[in-house]
Each structure stands twice: as C-alpha cells, then as structure tokens.
Design a protein around this ligand. Structure first.
Ligand SMILES: NC(=O)c1ccc[n+]([C@@H]2O[C@H](COP(=O)([O-])OP(=O)(O)OC[C@H]3O[C@@H](n4cnc5c(N)ncnc54)[C@H](O)[C@@H]3O)[C@@H](O)[C@H]2O)c1
Length: 306
C-alpha cells in the first residue's frame, strides 16, 4: 500500500466513525420500542427453525431445546428430521415437513407451529434452510441455479411473510443464515454468493422497516462450516479452503443464540468468528479505496485464473 492509499484509508475511517456517531444519535431520537425478548413472559420462549434436519439448523434446534425453549423443527427431509429429533417430547418440539420454495407449504408450517407452541406465540424465526453447489458457473445446470435462488432467496420471503403477524404480536426476532459470501462475489459459488448478498440486503431493509414495531431482524455470517453441505462439495474447485479450519455447526448455533439476544435496532449483522468479521472489513475497505484487492485475494485463495 502506498502512502497516498494509507492516507485515504485513514480519511475514510475518520469520516465513517463520525457518520456512525451521528447516525446513532439520530436513531436514539426515534425512541423505537425495545424487542419483546427484553420483556419477561410466563411461558416458554418459542422458535421456528427451517433446515432443521441437518448441520447448523439441527445444532440450533438442539441448543434452544437445551436452553428450555419450545422449538418448531421444519425441513424438506421429514425422515431425517424424525431420525434426529423424533424422540423429543411434544411439549418441547413440533416437527414438520416444509418446502421453503412453496409459499403454501410455508404458510401451513407456520400454522402447525402456532397451533403447537405455548400461548400460540412465535418469539423467533430462524431461516436456515439453504443449498450450495461449488462448481464452475457454466457447469451448474439451469435448474440447479434456479433452485439455489428459490431455496436461499424466495424461501426466506416465503417463510417470513406468514410468520410476521405472530412475530409482531410477540415483538420477536427474525434471523436468517447469511454467509461470508454475502459481502463479495465468489468464483465457483457465483449464484450461491449472490443469494447470500440478497439475505444481507433483505435483513437491512426489513430491520429498518420493522424496528419501530419492536421486531428485530438480523443475520448470521460465517465462512465455511463442517456440515453435510460442505462435506458433499468438490473441494478441488477451491483448494485453499480445505487447508483452513472450518467452523463448527455448534459455534454457529451459539452465534444464533447471541444474535437473538443482542440484536438491537442498530445492530443486525452477526459474525461467527474473527476470520469472517475480517472478511467483511477487508472487502469494505478494498471497495472504499476503489481497489480490487479483495477480488485478487479471493481469486488467489480459490486458485482461480483472472
Ligand atoms: N456449511 C457452510 O459452510 C455454511 C456457511 C455459511 C452459510 N451457510 C448457510 O447455513 C444454512 C445451513 O447450512 P448447513 O451447512 O447446515 O446445510 P445442510 O445441508 O447441513 O442443511 C441444510 C438443510 O436444509 C434443508 N433444505 C434444503 N432444501 C430445503 C427446502 N426447499 N425446504 C426446506 N428445507 C430444505 C435440507 O434438507 C437440510 O436438512 C444454509 O442457509 C447455508 O447457506 C452454510
């Protein structure tokens, strides 16, 4: 980095800090209501989790059950769901099939959840269902590209809309699985990364819209996690990645728990670890300085030819 670039970075940092302080003051003046989770209730807290049969979703279900919550565990793969959670008592969990690509299926999952949940209440919705294919863009068939968009983007809308009335009633929280790829385009993950950028933007827009009504909206980002999703990919497409330690699904579940309790009207993005948080900072800085430093880094790490 040249002296001129260091000076520009310091200037950008100073301006950003001043803008953040001004924005915080302005937001305080809005006097928006606090989240319902800040208020005590005389029933179990409740959460609906999609993608609950595997990986991050399943670990989140287990964590919230251990914390004494009532959990709605929904997944496309009902058999896997029953295998993983079928021994739980009906007073702590309701299991069900949902296809997040299908609006009617999502509506019916929300109805099933609310019928079973204590007080018919929903304190939290965790949009976790998602799919990934690591492959050259051209080699991923059109139907698979479209399915990635349907599950990762439309699925979030399909679940959030029917859950909103109950979430508003409880002044609850919506949490969606984002990714390290929410912040930058990634070779061999082109369509997937674009869907996670959708999540990041969806969270910011909806958070701002629903804050005055006491509903918190946040997302959780992480680079790579050891789950069936990553275990089934062709890692030769990004050899750097196999050399690095993946996060665990239980650490992501822990961040979901933290996000739910720490989300405020000012704070919507949560990162599982420092490496993920740094990814977002480096990309933001690289863009602010008009550099393509982050794309170079990503390309090198993936051994992509540019
Ligand atoms: N594993 C990672 O490295 C990683 C990193 C960042 C973000 N994420 C995100 O975390 C979420 C969970 O990933 P994971 O690693 O636990 O994956 P996973 O493959 O272990 O689990 C995903 C679950 O989603 C379910 N699912 C798929 N399509 C569905 C549909 N149409 N309707 C309902 N359920 C459906 C699957 O049956 C599966 O049980 C995803 O949104 C993913 O994009 C994962």
């Amino acid at each position: 980095m040249t002296l001129k670039q260091v000076g520009a970075a310091l200037l950008v940092g100073g301006v950003a800090a001043a803008a953040a302080a001004k924005a915080a003051k302005a937001r305080d003046a809005l006097g928006e209501p606090e989240s319902g989770l800040a208020r005590p209730v005389d029933r179990k807290r409740t959460i609906l989790v999609t993608g609950a049969a595997s990986g991050i979703g399943l670990n989140t279900v287990r964590l919230f059950l251990a914390k004494g919550w009532f959990v709605g565990a929904f997944d496309l793969d009902e058999e896997a769901l029953r295998k993983a959670l079928g021994d739980r008592s009906a007073s702590s969990v309701v299991l069900g099939r949902v296809d997040v690509c299908d609006g009617d299926s999502c509506k019916s999952a929300v109805e099933t959840f609310l019928r079973a949940a204590p007080g018919g209440a929903m304190d939290a919705l965790f949009n976790c269902a998602g799919i990934l294919t690591i492959e050259e863009f051209e080699r991923i068939p059109l139907a698979r590209q479209q399915l990635i968009i349907d599950v990762n983007c439309k699925g979030v809308i399909n679940m959030t809309l029917p859950a909103l009335p109950a979430l508003k009633e409880a002044r609850g929280c919506i949490i969606t699985m984002a990714s390290g790829s929410s912040v930058a385009g990634i070779p061999y993950h082109v369509t997937y990364a674009a869907t996670k950028a959708f999540v990041y933007s969806f969270t910011e827009g909806l958070r701002t819209e629903l804050s005055p009504q006491g509903v918190r909206v946040c997302d959780v980002s992480v680079n790579y996690v050891a789950t069936p999703m990553t275990a089934t990919q062709q890692w030769s497409k990004g050899s750097f990645l196999v050399k690095n330690n993946f996060a665990t699904a239980s650490s992501v579940a822990g961040t979901v728990w933290d996000a739910l309790h720490k989300a405020t009207r000012f704070n919507e993005h949560f990162y599982v670890d420092d490496v993920t948080a740094k990814t977002f900072t480096i990309v933001a800085l690289s863009r602010a300085l008009g550099l393509s430093y982050h794309t170079k880094l990503i390309a090198e790490s993936m051994q992509a030819k540019i």
